[in-house]
Design a protein around this ligand. Structure first.
Ligand code: STX
Length: 317
């Protein structure tokens, strides 16, 4: 099904590591047309890493497709590190990567936490962004974090929520993020792994309108789960390292002139679709598409098709 919606599978023509001044090595790769229109894919989580499927939202004849694994995840090193790992660092890494690759301006394509990071990057460096493609909008407000880790999503997925809270003693459950953080940052790797798995499973179980067993299996793999859980929990306990709760919407005016497409699955239970609506209202020139038969995942057919249609529409800009 997806094979007929996305562009054909392709290999990277280049891959490498970018060294940061503070001890991280950032994995990046390029595919498609080396002389083509630059597009940067920002993955979710934080801590989710990239995968080859993400290259396939872009026409490889037209786009120079760039993927990178944010600090501590995917192939970036050191694996699962929380040191010098904040939103500011990631924004600086994007700028460093842009300079390293000799790119003047690029399209930013980000889903979920990738939308958060894409908006923040564009607000910091609006002159560097040709277009914004934002999917599954995550605004990183107190209420967005509470919805997913306190009460909200729990009411749509009671069995998955039960599995998520089960490892935590009742007296700690009032603050699930704090309870998991203690375990995910423990010295004992067994304690970390035992917490990482249910943390990642909560997300795997709530990701799609039609749950995908294969995706869930991948997220259970210890290397993925460790980085994903540790990094997400670290960012969420620190509220995304944002100084103001409503920072993304308050600063929307800084990016109002950048052509923007906002796509969101109607039945996204990780990030409810009113976030996309609010972002659209704050960016009056943006185009909002609520995809009726989709959840949070970028890889359900309806939303994947809509995402490809947007990169196609932006080809000639
Ligand atoms: N996390 C939202 C997010 O960015 C609360 C996200 N959700 N699932 C993902 O990312 C993966 C697809 C990377 C697993």
């Amino acid at each position: 099904m997806l094979d007929r919606i996305l562009y054909p599978a392709l290999t990277a023509y280049d891959a490498g590591y970018l060294q940061t001044p503070d001890g991280h090595e950032i994995y990046y790769e390029r595919s498609g047309n080396r002389q083509g229109k630059p597009a940067l894919f920002l993955h979710g989580g934080p801590g989710g890493g990239t995968s080859p499927l993400q290259r396939r939202f872009f026409d490889p004849e037209i786009y120079n497709i760039i993927l990178f694994d944010q600090r501590g995840c995917g192939k970036s090193r050191p694996h699962a590190s929380l040191e010098n790992n904040t939103t500011r660092h990631l924004i600086d890494d994007i700028e460093a990567l842009r300079g390293h690759l000799n790119i003047d301006r690029w399209q930013i394509f980000g889903g979920s936490w990738g939308s958060t990071l894409g908006i923040l990057y564009a607000q910091a460096h609006p002159g560097r962004v040709t277009e914004l493609i934002l999917r599954g909008i995550f605004l990183m407000r107190r209420q967005d974090i509470d919805w997913y880790y306190r009460c909200g999503a729990s009411r749509f997925f009671p069995e998955a929520w039960q599995a998520f809270i089960a490892p935590i003693p009742e007296e700690e459950r009032a603050d699930m993020i704090a309870a998991y953080y203690r375990r995910l940052t423990a010295d004992d790797p067994e304690i970390v792994a035992a917490a990482a798995r249910p943390w990642a499973m909560w997300e795997a179980d709530t990701l799609a309108l039609r749950p995908d067993k294969g995706a869930a299996e991948q997220m259970k793999a210890p290397a993925f789960a460790n980085a994903f859980a540790r990094i997400e929990c670290h960012y969420f306990i620190n509220k995304g390292f944002l100084e103001r709760d409503n920072r993304l919407l308050e600063d929307a005016h800084k990016i109002r002139d950048i052509p923007a497409a906002i796509l969101h699955g109607r039945y996204d239970v990780i990030c409810p679709s009113d976030s996309a609506y609010l972002l659209h209202k704050a960016l009056p020139q943006s185009r909002l598409e609520i995809i009726e038969a989709s959840g949070h995942s970028a890889f359900e057919p309806e939303i994947a098709r809509a995402l490809v249609a947007v990169t196609d529409r932006f080809k000639n800009l």
